[in-house]
Design a protein around this ligand. Structure first.
Ligand code: FE2
Length: 235
């Protein structure tokens, strides 16, 4: 599988590009609006035809590049059904894998950061990669205080769905703020300071309730734009 991890320094978002070496079809997970030209240039360089963009959830901190990529490359915008996004081409549901050439992308419903959040599991001959979005990050996790987030729900999602995967499964998060790029289920189970190391549900809820984070700067622009798959009216 062709694989690239891309970073947007503005929102600290990781975008992932997957490509099938046999069919030259590709998919991008969590594209960023401002980075669409970068993504298109890379697809071109790799000789890939973009079939899908996939969202893990409706983001509050950046606008998706789904619509720009759809316009330029003819890709389909795949969004969780629970996101209730307008103009989505494909509705994502757990149990309904998406095929990109020989690559199978398995959606796992992991609510808690938001109520529409899905992680994506991709198993290849070189191992399993889990794209965790904001459900599970390296030594952390996404906040749970807006967009119908709920700390107890996130704890259950991570413990019951993600931490039950094989320990060697690689964890690729939706964001990182300290240049960390990849972890594993085993590592997060052992040492994630919020969710791992035997932390109980009550301890996790207390940690999340005590964060008192500011509102994301772009939230009022990003959430409505992402409900339209990133279709933004440019005046
Ligand atoms: Fe998020």
């Amino acid at each position: 599988m062709i694989f690239r991890q891309l970073f947007d320094p503005e929102s600290s978002t990781y975008t992932y590009l997957l490509g099938c070496e046999q069919t030259r079809e590709g998919a991008v997970i969590d594209p960023v609006f401002e980075c669409a030209d970068r993504d298109l240039a890379l697809l071109d360089e790799l000789g890939l035809k973009l079939e899908y963009t996939l969202e893990t959830h409706i983001h509050a901190d950046h606008v998706t590049g789904a619509d720009r990529l759809r316009d330029a490359a003819g890709s389909k915008a795949a969004v969780p059904e629970k996101s209730r996004a307008h103009h989505a081409d494909v509705s994502i549901r757990e149990g309904e894998p998406l095929s990109v050439g020989t690559i199978e992308i398995l959606p796992l419903y992991v609510p808690g950061h938001t109520d529409d959040h899905h992680a994506y599991l991709v198993r290849t001959v070189d191992g399993a990669r889990l794209f965790t979005g904001d459900a599970l990050m390296i030594d952390g996790c996404g906040r749970t205080d807006f967009q119908n987030g709920d700390a107890a729900t996130l704890y259950r999602s991570v413990h019951e769905k993600l931490f039950t995967l094989p320990e060697e499964t690689l964890v690729y998060p939706g964001h990182d703020y300290q240049q960390r790029r990849v972890s594993s289920i085993g590592q997060e189970k052992a040492r994630n300071p919020r969710l791992g190391g035997g932390k109980t549900l009550e301890e996790f809820v207390a940690i999340m309730n005590g964060l008192n984070l500011p509102r994301p700067k772009k939230m009022d622009i990003a959430v409505p734009a992402n409900r339209e798959c990133g279709e933004v009216q440019i005046a």
